[in-house]
Design a protein around this ligand. Structure first.
Ligand code: PRP
Length: 197
């Protein structure tokens, strides 16, 4: 466990890991690939990247720096009502966009698509604001956890339905700062297998 004392270091966090699922170098290589595709697809257009707090902070920061296209960045924070750790699809906006997205080329940036319910709601919400285009770039997707299909053009990795942490993803707000994606040892989270929502 990481709560051994006041100091929390990476060695403590690594002790809570079961395995590294996607190493840092693979994440960064994939982000460069995604950025190259996005640059090609959006050539000549300015992109408004919309990051979904908090998990998307890392992928947003790295993707934005890998893109050559001119971009603006904005952020939303949403919370899914639901029982326990599962997303319900009923979403509350905690922080809305600062900017009007009418006629803008909007690309939602997500860390993970689990059930797909959050993204489905977000896409319909943003679509109603009249963007010129609306796309999604998600670093991770769990096909076996999908409750609704969402049309996502840019996907980094399809991963098994395991509890993943790191590179923005948390368990009880911890582990977001690990530079790779890993799975958490069941003794840390109780072993339910459900991703925290
Ligand atoms: C995660 C993730 C997505 C959502 C995906 O956010 O960033 O927004 O869950 O789940 P879904 O596909 O089942 O709807 P979370 O609510 O954990 O907030 P966080 O990014 O602040 O950790």
């Amino acid at each position: 466990m990481i709560a051994k004392g006041s100091a929390v270091d990476e060695t403590d966090m690594r002790a809570d890991l079961e395995k590294v699922l996607i190493p840092e170098e693979e994440l960064q290589e994939k982000i460069r690939e995604l950025a190259a595709k996005i640059d090609a697809d959006y050539a000549g257009r300015e992109i408004l990247l919309v990051g979904v707090l908090k998990g998307a902070v890392m992928v947003m920061a790295d993707l934005a720096r890998a893109l050559h296209s001119p971009v603006s960045m904005d952020w939303m924070a949403v919370s899914s009502y639901g029982s326990g750790t599962q997303s319900s699809g009923v979403v509350r906006i905690l922080k809305d966009l600062d900017a009007d997205i009418m006629d803008r080329h909007v690309l939602i940036v997500e860390d993970i698509i689990d059930s797909g319910l959050t993204l489905h709601w977000l896409m319909s919400n943003l679509e109603s604001r009249g963007p010129a285009s609306l796309g999604v770039c998600a670093l991770l997707r769990k096909p076996d956890a999908a409750k609704i299909e969402v049309d996502v053009k840019y996907i980094g990795f399809d991963i098994p339905n395991e509890f993943v942490i790191g590179y923005g993803l948390d368990y009880a707000e911890r582990y977001r700062n690990l530079p790779f994606v890993g799975t958490l040892a069941p003794h840390v989270y109780g072993g339910s297998g459900e991703q925290e929502g």
